[in-house]
Design a protein around this ligand. Structure first.
Ligand code: C5P
Length: 222
C-alpha cells in the first residue's frame, strides 16, 4: 500500500487520560500497528541516565536520540520495551521517568531527531498511535484524530491505580503534583505543545467509562 493511503488513528492527550488503553484496544480491534510515542521519550530518558548524560545537554541527547537502540516487542503480556537489548518495560513507567521524559521532550532538536523513527511506524494495514503531538505534528495528515482528556483529579487517580496494578507504589498527592507539573511543561513548550488538532474529536473522559470512550472512538473509524 502506498504510504499516503495507509490509515492512521492518532490519540493524543495528557497523562492519565486513558489514551494508552484506548489506543492499544483500537489497534487490536482493527489489526493495525501500534506506536506508544511516549515510550520513546521515556526510553531516551533512561538511556541518558544510563550513559550519564545530563537531561539538559541538548547536543548529547540529540546524538543519543539519533542512535537510540530501541525495540518494541509484543507478547501475550502486551508491549515489551527493549533498550540496547535490555528489558526496560517497567523501568520506564515510573512517574520519575515520565517527568524526565517530559524534560528531554521539551527540546526541539531532540524531537526532530525522533521524528522519522516515529513516522516509520506507519505501515500497512494501518497505525494507531498515542502521544501528545501525533495529530498535530507527526501524523498531521491522519484521517482519524482523537484528543482525549479528563480533569486532573481523575487522571491522577487513574495513574495511581495503574501504577499499583503494576506493583509500583506511589503517593496520590505526589502523583497529582507531578502530573500537573508535567502537563504544564508539555503544554507550554515551544515545539509541539500538548494541544488538540483542529480536526480532532475531543473527548472528555472524566465521567465516561473506558467502554464508553472505546465505543465513541470505534464509531469514528468505522
Ligand atoms: O505518554 P507518556 O506519559 O508516556 O509520555 C511521557 C512524556 O513524553 C510526556 O509527558 C511528554 O513530555 C513526552 N511526549 C511527547 N510527545 C509525545 C509523547 C510523549 O512530548 N508524542
Amino acid at each position: 500500500m502506498r504510504n499516503h493511503l495507509i490509515p492512521v488513528l492518532t490519540i493524543d492527550g495528557p497523562s492519565g487520560s486513558g489514551k494508552g488503553t484506548i489506543a492499544q484496544r483500537m489497534a487490536q480491534k482493527l489489526g493495525w500497528h501500534y506506536l506508544d510515542s511516549g515510550a520513546i521519550y521515556r526510553v531516551l530518558a533512561v538511556a541518558a541516565m544510563k550513559h550519564h548524560i545530563d537531561l539538559a545537554d541538548t547536543a548529547q541527547l540529540t546524538t543519543l536520540a539519533s542512535n537510540l537502540d530501541l525495540n518494541f516487542k509484543f507478547d501475550d503480556q502486551g508491549l515489551k520495551v527493549l533498550l540496547e537489548g535490555e528489558n526496560v518495560t517497567d523501568t520506564i513507567r515510573t512517574e520519575q521517568m515520565g517527568n524526565a521524559a517530559s524534560k528531554v521532550a521539551a527540546q526541539p532538536a531532540v524531537r526532530s531527531a525522533l521524528l522519522e523513527r516515529q513516522r516509520d511506524f506507519k505501515q500497512a494495514p494501518g497505525l494507531v498511535t498515542d502521544g501528545r503531538d501525533m495529530g498535530t505534528v507527526v501524523f498531521e495528515e491522519a484521517p482519524y484524530k482523537v484528543f482525549l482528556t479528563a480533569n486532573s483529579t481523575a487522571r491522577a487517580e487513574r495513574r495511581y491505580k495503574q501504577l499499583k496494578e503494576k506493583g509500583i507504589e506511589s503517593i496520590l498527592a505526589d502523583l497529582t503534583r507531578e502530573i500537573s507539573e508535567r502537563d504544564e511543561r508539555d503544554s507550554q513548550r515551544s515545539v509541539a505543545p500538548l494541544c488538540a488538532a483542529e480536526d480532532a474529536l475531543v473527548l472528555d473522559s472524566t465521567a465516561l467509562t473506558i467502554e464508553e470512550v472505546y465505543t465513541q472512538v470505534l464509531a469514528l473509524v468505522s
